[in-house]
Design a protein around this ligand. Sequence first.
Ligand code: NCD
Length: 327
Amino acid sequence: MSAANLQIRPDGHLRHFLCIEGLNRGLLTEILDAAESFAGVAEQSVKKVPLLRGKTIVNLFFEASTRTRTTFELAAKRLSADVLNINISASAAVKGETLLDTLRNLEAMHVDMFVVRHAESGTAHFFACKALPHVSVINAGDGRHEHPTQAMLDMFTIRREKGADFGRLRVAIVGDILHSRVARSQIHALNLLNTGEVRVIAPRTLLPAHVESLGVRVFNDLREGLRDIDVVIMLRLQRERMQGALLPSEREYYQLYGLTEEKLSMARPDVTIMHPGPINRGVEMDSQVADGPRSVILQQVTYGIAVRMAVMSMAMQQNTPAGTASA
Ligand code: NCD
């Protein structure tokens, strides 16, 4: 079954959250609205709601992560779920256990939800195909394919900064689009939300073939691509996924594609600067820009918790934070 069909229940609600491609605008808006109500939970003195009390969530990370894993963990804890973190690179996979055996063993412990990150595209989809009927799977990044909760927290950030009318916005994604699951999810989300114009800006060697077919305008020149832009999303050079020499040197990359105050003068004066992290300062962006007044990079991290609370509670069909008495 396609990932898009697998993740929606027959009644139209979310069951798994595997990819943005194939979802619909209504569902994305529902996630953003739910996240809005969860954003307030962090400001309460008791930062918890009892929605997932008694549920067990396993964070199954086959690949290194700091922000994504910790914000999923905090999101689960703020929903009052019991959370288990498993770093598989240091565990069973090393001993030769198959993915299916790992899943079955954890299911035998009565787990209700898996949050899965893996270097291979399609791993979360595989888990969702094999999971027991009451179990939900959330994709926390699969290879170069998708990273849907990152894209949703980025959409949430844009909506908070610029308002709900995406139709009047020009958004540019800059850098290593070829290896980026984040970019792929963002492009689908921006298009589903009817963004006025979505641009990708990168050297030819860091663009996937036929990227225009995803519904973006392609620029190879950063200054040209930044003209009149409202939102700029910078990406890291994902060296761990590069095979062979795609770039001359980091120094030259910075000269051509590194975001500086000077290059930003092409954009709108109220431009918003984003980055999913981790940032490589002096490679894709200058510190002055990363730490400057137009950067919302740390807000993105904060919003990630609310968005992950929204997705987790919706997949467990507990998406009303109303009556949020503490657990
Ligand atoms: C991204 C990822 O892992 O895909 N980071 C993240 O989730 N915050 C992007 C990256 O690694 O550059």
